[in-house]
Design a protein around this ligand. Sequence first.
Ligand SMILES: Nc1ncnc2c1ncn2[C@@H]1O[C@H](COP(=O)(O)OP(=O)(O)OP(=O)(O)O)[C@@H](O)[C@H]1O
Ligand SMILES: [Mg+2]
Length: 274
Amino acid sequence: MAQSVLRADNVRKIFYVYTDPAGTTVVSSKKQFSLNLWRRRSIYELLALDDISLEVYPNELVALLGPSGCGKSTLLRIFAGLERPTSGRVAFKDQEIKDPDPQRAMVFQSERAVFPWLTVEKNIELGPKLQGVPRAEREERVRRIIELIQLNGFNTAYPATLSGGMLQRVAVGRALINRPEVLLMDEPFGALDAITRNALQDHLIRIWQETRQTIVFVTHDIEEATYLATRIVIMHPRPGRIKGVVPVTLSHPRSRTDSAFVEARRKVADLLGD
Ligand SMILES: Nc1ncnc2c1ncn2[C@@H]1O[C@H](COP(=O)(O)OP(=O)(O)OP(=O)(O)O)[C@@H](O)[C@H]1O
Ligand SMILES: [Mg+2]
């Protein structure tokens, strides 16, 4: 078996939530409160993830699927290095994950991922520019990325003049230009209308097939998970646990009306609903 790209072993994540004397709800990853607060029980522990063990292999497209609050974003942020587990271990190619790394790129929702004062190409170029990649190479990489996300002709457009779907592709382009090994995507198409979302799902599959990147994709949409993923990790809330893992062996691109697809989707829905 190939070496895993991402790996979680018995990961637990506890958030500490309390109301401070001014009545503000405060949340923290660390236990940093006075004993008085514990005694007055104005603090509680929220077990966001409990005993999560998972391995992700090269070129997989893994969907994390589950209802709101089951810990999908928390697990993704832990893989990104933006959050530490309370206990357990997470590794990227056998190296413990301690910090964010350009090798593990997070794709945020578009409005947070692009700078409105930069053009499409300047937005995409930013990462390599900050890393000191020479201009000629940067320009070549930007050209290829714009080709890949099919935004030819929009190089010098400003974000305010783009549609939601185009913005989301810029966000994906910004992550891809750093040539990450892993793309971590947290409901990247969640805010889009169904037609645009379907088109972007096809874009993503094409990009994934061209780049052979490993992708972990968070969604609460059964159809989206079944359409995209090679493996679906089904989670359930309070506390966030893995309920089951369903491989989807259908080849890409998939057809939503194909009987094998409908069958796969039903299987996932059944497992999610139990
Ligand atoms: N920074 C935080 N502080 C305190 N609690 C948090 C924090 N982040 C998440 N939680 C809690 O942890 C649990 C899991 O949250 P998370 O955001 O990972 O869920 P999710 O599966 O991504 O949900 P959604 O589908 O709504 O995005 C929730 O109960 C949430 O309230
Ligand atoms: Mg979330």
